[in-house]
Design a protein around this ligand. Structure first.
Ligand code: 6PG
Length: 248
């Protein structure tokens, strides 16, 4: 499916469009399956969106009790560390919501034990998704199907914590992989969903902002038909819909 590219110059319209898409896709999932599974992105870009989701009307209109939140990737640091993606999501919106504890699925970070962390996170995913009826078909049938995965874009074309040339990017069996040391700040070990999991999603939303991302966006889009692209973000070709919301 060809990506849908939406460009914005107004930050409010950008974050409202992203929040509205999330609201609609959650509603679609809950109507059909009684629950919604999302994977959130980390870093700087999604913070205005998360703050928006933590305010009316989304606090009251999104059926949060039916929403399960996972993370597309995580830095292997304590939740209190400013670099923690889970910690950032808690500060920007989750603490403002009344959520069922079992609906939050943060990466169970054990600093210094990345392999174990990845295996524990994958076990949580398997517990959650194995409840779904096994009607899957196709090459990615053995992978979990998120309703929506939110992704950012790094200056090197990485997304989640899938970095160019890294072994985690090449992982085709595991659902979760680890990166011993990220090549870009924060240069800490990372945990990441693998490419097959991301490409299994019903909806992938790339949320990108900043003039500094203009060049890499163009490089990624130019390489979007290359399954072996040097840019991991160019390899994101979900079975479902792929939407880019770019704030310039
Ligand atoms: C992370 C993210 C990562 C991020 C990009 C863009 O944990 O770092 O998941 O993939 O989305 O690096 O980061 P910014 O939004 O901070 O530019």
């Amino acid at each position: 499916m060809n990506p849908e590219i939406q460009t914005f110059t107004d930050p409010q319209a950008w974050r409202h469009s992203a929040a509205d898409l999330i609201y609609r896709r959650i509603g679609d999932a809950v109507a059909v399956r009684g629950r919604a599974a999302l994977a959130l992105a980390g870093g700087r870009t999604p913070q205005p969106l998360y703050e928006h989701l933590g305010r009316n009307p989304y606090t009251n209109t999104i059926p949060w009790s039916a929403v399960h939140l996972f993370w597309g990737d995580e830095r292997c640091v304590p939740v209190t560390d400013p670099d923690s993606n889970y910690g950032m999501a808690r500060r920007t919106f989750l603490d403002a919501l009344t959520l069922t504890v079992g609906n939050l699925h943060p990466v169970p970070v054990q600093p210094g034990k990345e392999r174990e962390t990845a295996e524990l996170y994958e076990a949580d995913l398997r517990r959650f998704f194995t409840q779904e009826a096994p009607k899957a078909e196709g090459p990615l049938a053995s992978f979990p199907r998120f309703d929506l995965i939110l992704l950012g874009l790094g200056p090197d074309g990485h997304t989640a914590s899938l970095f160019p040339g890294d072994a985690a990017l090449a992982e085709r069996k595991r659902w979760v992989a680890w990166v011993p040391e990220a090549p870009l700040p924060p240069r800490v070990p990372r945990i990441t969903l693998t490419l097959p999991v991301i490409n299994r999603a019903r909806t992938v939303l790339f949320l990108v902002s900043g003039k500094d991302k203009k060049v890499i966006i163009e490089k990624v889009r130019a390489d979007g038909d290359n399954p072996d692209s040097l840019y991991p973000a160019a390899r994101i070709r979900p079975e479902g819909e792929l939407i880019w919301m770019v704030l310039s």
